[in-house]
Design a protein around this ligand. Structure first.
Ligand code: SF4
Ligand code: ZN
Length: 500
């Protein structure tokens, strides 16, 4: 037993040695002691100059965004933290330009935590519709309720407590709220900061490696400005979003260019290529710092030997992107069921389960599209019968075409059918179903994918025609041009065929 204990202690000690002291002699459990100085900031003076350059750029170049305005003008710390929290949750996986409108509508409707705590989930889903990753809105509301009901209406004041107590608040979001709203001196690492730090310190190793993650957080913590932590964090993110972009970074305009190892590496590689082209012997005269352990292929932070430098990528060699996993293919048959109304026809919507993908949202009735078309039709009709009492004019069940929507990990194809009832239905629909007009459909808590299905039905173009690279972005995903054209033609054909 004792031997086991000592063996465990010795393992812990080895790990501590591995992660031990930073180059500043500060105990830094997240910084590997073997990290070459090449991937670190060498001294406090360099850090101070880096902070000053970044902050002075940010003061001049920062974008005027509604959440920044709100946080800057709000004197109540809980309201300020709430306004940052909402923006940070909305900005996860979503572009700034898309978030602005949603954020503005949200804060008009629920300007304080107490307002959001009193809202229904249906209202939250309705306002969130089209923003994607719907569980974010639900968790935000759960968190607001928790603050109001269990924490006396006061937001936790530190990153640790925010992460511990609020649902949906991870390490990054907690650090952003704590630094921006409460001035806590804590660094943050999001996708933009990762890119900036990887380039500035030439980190090319696999981003999924825990060692790289620890190193990035440690760097962020070392760099964050103690006097203006919130501004510093926003400045680093702003730099990644507007200057140090994934493709085509604007290095000549970059305020931290002088600190950037990626830039120096580009210069060095170009010089080496020129020397080779001129047939000169390779010299060691290029005064560019290098990672010493990498010479022996032993650095856990450099580009791995299996992925050598690519001239065409330039600074974008850092960070090296892991190969993307192809999204899973899924198909569903979906039916737009209409019934005649006194003024306008109405569509049947059914509610999705309260957990899982698109939880609680409303959609047209659908079934997994398996087997032949005839099998799909039968399954769809069976599903429709569970929602509607009375005869279904099955001869009018028409296939309009297909709509593709990319979720984060799923490529979903909807085979779209339509069916128009000849008579209005009698009585109330069963629980979990409702009939809506066109206007009600537009305002309902309906996911983007169903809006696209409806657009196909209406014969409208559904935004740009290319499949999205940004998952769930309503403006950027859709079927290819050929298919879209075919869909429009078919839709128009059926509409005119159905006209009296
Ligand atoms: Fe990014 Fe270029 Fe600035 Fe380096 S110099 S941080 S690569 S924009
Ligand atoms: Zn290295």
């Amino acid at each position: 037993m004792l031997r086991l204990f000592y063996s465990a202690i010795s393992q812990v000690n080895s790990i501590q040695r591995l992660l031990g002291e930073s180059s500043w002699g500060v105990k830094g459990p997240e910084t590997p002691s073997q990290a070459s100085p090449y991937h670190l900031f060498s001294n406090a003076d360099e850090v101070a100059r880096f902070r000053a350059s970044l902050l002075s750029w940010y003061d001049q170049a920062k974008r005027d965004l509604p959440w920044r305005r709100r946080a800057a003008g709000e004197t109540d710390p809980d309201r300020r933290a709430y306004s940052v929290w909402v923006s940070e949750i909305m900005l996860q996986q979503t572009q700034v330009a898309t978030v602005i409108g949603y954020y503005t509508r949200w804060m008009q409707k629920w300007p304080a935590l107490q307002d959001l705590a009193g809202a229904s989930l249906e209202e939250v889903n309705q306002l969130w519709a089209g923003l994607g990753y719907y569980s974010r809105g639900r968790r935000l509301q759960e968190g607001a309720r928790k603050v109001v009901e269990e924490l006396g209406g006061h937001m936790p004041r530190t990153a640790d407590m925010l992460q511990k107590l609020l649902p949906g608040v991870g390490r990054y979001t907690a650090g952003a709220i704590a630094s921006i709203a409460f001035g806590q001196v804590t660094g943050v690492v999001d996708g933009n900061v990762t890119r900036v730090l990887c380039r500035v310190r030439a980190i090319g190793a696999d981003l999924g490696s825990p060692l790289v993650t620890q190193h990035l957080w440690r760097l962020a913590q070392q760099l964050v400005d103690p006097a203006r932590p919130g501004d510093f964090n926003q400045a680093a993110m702003e730099l990644g979003a507007t200057v140090c972009t994934p493709r085509g970074p604007l290095c000549p305009e970059c305020p931290v260019r002088g600190f950037c190892q990626a830039q120096k590496r580009v210069t060095k590689e170009q010089a080496v290529t020129s020397q080779r082209l001129l047939g000169s012997p390779e010299q060691e005269t290029l005064d560019v710092e290098e990672c010493a352990p990498q010479r022996a292929g032993l650095c856990p932070l450099c580009l791995p030997p299996s992925e050598p430098w690519r001239q065409d990528l330039g600074v974008a060699n850092f960070p090296r992107q892991p190969a993307r996993k192809a999204p899973r293919e899924q198909r569903a048959a979906v039916c737009i069921l209409q019934q005649p109304g006194s003024e306008t026809s109405r569509f049947l919507l059914v509610q999705r389960p309260s957990s899982g993908l698109l939880a609680g949202l409303w959609e047209f009735p659908s079934v997994p599209a398996e087997g032949t078309e005839s099998v799909q039709r039968q399954a769809l009709v069976k599903a429709l019968r569970s929602w509607v009492v009375g005869p279904l004019p099955l001869k009018s069940l028409r296939c309009l075409g297909e709509v593709v929507h990319i979720f984060s990990h799923i490529r979903q194809t909807y085979v779209v059918y339509s069916l128009a009832l000849e008579e209005p239905t009698q009585g109330q629909p069963p629980s979990g179903a409702r009939w809506v007009s066109r206007a009600e459909f537009q305002a309902a808590a309906v996911p983007t994918a169903m809006k696209k299905v409806h657009q196909l039905f209406e014969g409208q173009p559904s935004g740009r025609r290319k499949a999205s690279k940004s998952p769930q972005d309503p403006a950027t995903s859709g079927p290819g041009p050929g298919r879209q054209h075919r869909q429009l033609t078919l839709s128009a054909f059926f509409k005119s065929a159905a006209a009296p």
